[in-house]
Design a protein around this ligand. Structure first.
Ligand SMILES: [Zn+2]
Length: 601
């Protein structure tokens, strides 16, 4: 099975398997010597599961806000993730480089990002007064590198990546490794001569990313993401599914359509528009400004109401109509009007545009702004809308008859149970953690920074770029968000600091200790990285720590089982314990690792 990595050889032909630099002779494999300061209690300032558990398991320690040190166990998991990424990038034809973290301002001025990046870019001056920044991303540096040395179509395509520490000066760093200021990332960049080539580079990375997250043993979805004005399906996010995720993933139960909430398309409703019998009438709705209040007050369901939202854009305000039970999708509006910035208007703007106060806006008589309406509005026969005056609404309003919509389009967010835009299936919402992003950049940077090549006809053209990121440290945290229980972490074996812990228990006994040592050595010889818990501690303490750290398999060596020539093998996920003949332990562990995914509920 692919996702069981042999760290002695690495899987495939990669160099640098861990066994070559570590062996069971090392102290770093013995719990008595290893720096693993586990904690009994949840640390007070940790909000999310992965943060709490990584601190408690002694994997990380906070240095200062959003900046963490990796202790031996944390470092091992991180290195394993890195190695999986490195192997798949290399297999996909990408070449590893290592770029500087400190970057000169001039490059950022050339790309135009120095002034627009905001405070997340940590800027400082060196001793000569030259402006610099700490790299949050490396588009400028890589574009500069390539433009200097690549001049001909013969040297394209080119795909370069690095695994590097990044710095983003988040205003409120929290959630441990999930949103730190300093973090480990794989960032890669492709350079192509043609559009078709750029699409192939993109597809190759999409494919490599699927392999990476599958090899990590994670449940994930590749979802279509908003790519702004580029459009099309040239931006995908890779989401680790977890109830604690901060992103919403929309996916079909029938086909493989999946998108993030910003992007998820809504199929326009078909069918005839019902006739409206009456004419608009103004009704008093004292104090009722929310959909909920108006719905209750007038005794009509929310889907019979129209929400009129006034949005401020950098090209002026617009009114957007969505059905009362639907949610406005600001990103869709932003892309439709091609705005850089968009936000809900303040009270003053609303009054200037509608003549009425916040909470009572409506489309009837609204002459000062363009009216954009979601598709669902088109099939409403009779609706309730705001009257553009305090404490009043209009009922029996017909969208077809009583106001003019400038554009109908898809302006709402997908909801649980919506029809799939691609097939007859149904959309479902789940939570996810973004761990990877592939993006077609086009010529944004190559134009701005003059990264050009000569094509076959000797004509100068800008290179077509793509950029591809994987949050390496974030993936380790996401793996914990997805896999844990009340006792601690349940690491998927490929990311576990060790795949097995060998635990001698009971009163000091030479035979027990020698057997444990032998099992531990046999496991390493058999290609399984094992930890030996040789501490002089009670069994309960050792078991609790093993569960907390989330080591997939625990082998317990005790006097009683040993008398029968056996030891206990316990699966961290299923909590099942079996007695195994000493001679077949290696085999039992290998079988257990192979079946890990299929035993997952
Ligand atoms: Zn579908």
């Amino acid at each position: 099975m692919r996702n069981v990595i042999d760290f002695r050889t690495g899987s495939g032909n990669s160099p640098g398997g861990i066994k070559r630099i570590q062996s069971y002779e090392d102290d770093s494999m013995r719990m008595s010597k290893l720096l693993v300061p586990t904690l009994k209690e949840d640390p007070a300032d940790a909000e999310v599961i992965s943060h709490k558990l990584m601190l408690r398991a002694g994997m990380i320690r906070k240095l200062t806000a959003g900046i963490y040190s990796y202790l031996p166990l944390g470092s091992r998991s991180l290195r394993k993730m890195e190695q999986i990424v490195r192997e798949e990038m290399n297999a996909a034809g990408a070449q590893e480089v290592f770029l500087p973290m400190v970057q000169p301002a001039e490059l950022w001025e050339e790309s135009g990002r120095w002034d627009v990046y905001g405070s997340e870019l940590l800027r400082f001056k060196d001793r000569h007064g030259r402006e610099c920044c700490l790299g949050p991303t490396h588009e400028e540096v890589i574009t500069d590198l390539v433009r200097r040395d690549v001049r001909s179509y013969r040297h394209l395509p080119l795909n370069l990546y690095q695994i590097q520490t990044k710095f983003r000066d988040e205003i409120r760093p929290r959630f441990g490794l999930m949103r730190g200021r300093e973090f480990m990332m794989k960032d890669g960049y492709s350079f192509d001569a043609t559009e078709e080539g750029a699409e192939q580079s993109y597809a190759a990375m999409w494919d490599a990313y699927r392999k990476v997250f599958a090899r990590c043993g994670l449940k994930f979805r590749a979802v279509e993401a908003d790519s702004g004005p580029i459009g099309g399906s040239f931006s995908h996010e890779f989401m680790v599914l977890a109830d604690t995720g901060e992103d919403t993933v929309v996916s079909c139960d029938t086909c493989d359509y999946a998108a993030n909430m910003e992007k998820a398309e809504i199929r326009p409703a078909s069918g005839n528009v019902p006739e409206t019998a009456g004419t608009p009438k103004k009704v008093a709705t004292p104090g009722a400004s929310s959909i909920e209040d108006v719905s209750r007050f007038l005794n009509v369901p929310p889907h019979a109401l129209i929400k009129t939202l006034i949005l401020k854009t950098d090209t002026g305000p617009v009114a957007v109509l969505v059905r009362g039970d639907h949610d406005l999708n600001e990103v869709k509006v932003k892309n439709f009007v091609n705005a850089g910035e968009i936000e809900l208007a303040d009270e003053r703007t609303i009054e200037a545009v509608t003549g009425g106060p916040l909470g009572f806006s409506g489309p009837v008589g609204l002459g000062k702004v363009k009216i954009l309406a979601d598709y669902a509005i088109r099939s409403m026969g009779s609706a309730v809308v705001g009257a553009n005056e305090r404490d009043a609404h209009l009922v029996e309003v017909s969208p077809a008859r009583d106001f003019t919509v400038d554009h109908y389009s898809d302006f709402r967010s997908a909801a649980e149970g919506d029809p799939c835009p691609r097939c007859e299936g149904t959309l479902h919402l789940s939570r996810g953690i973004e761990v990877g992003h592939v993006f077609k950049l086009g010529i944004k940077y190559s134009e701005a920074m003059n990264a050009r090549f000569l094509d076959a006809d000797g004509k100068e053209r800008p290179m077509i770029m793509g950029c591809y990121g994987i949050g390496v440290s974030r993936t380790v945290a996401a793996a914990i968000e997805q896999n844990h229980d009340q006792d601690g972490i349940i690491f998927p074996p490929p990311l576990a600091p060790f795949r097995v812990v060998v635990t001698p228990v009971g009163a000091k006994n030479a035979e027990v200790d020698e057997t444990a040592e032998k099992i531990y050595r046999d496991l390493w010889d058999g290609g399984i990285d094992a930890l030996l818990d040789d501490r002089d501690e009670r069994p309960g303490v050792k078991f609790k720590d093993a569960d907390l750290i989330g080591i997939p398999f625990r082998i317990t060596v005790g006097k009683k089982a040993l008398a029968e020539g056996k030891a206990e093998l316990r699966n961290r996920r299923t909590k099942e314990t079996v007695l195994v003949e000493l001679s077949s332990i290696l085999e039992a562990v290998k079988t257990g690792l192979e079946n890990w995914d299929s035993e997952a509920s």
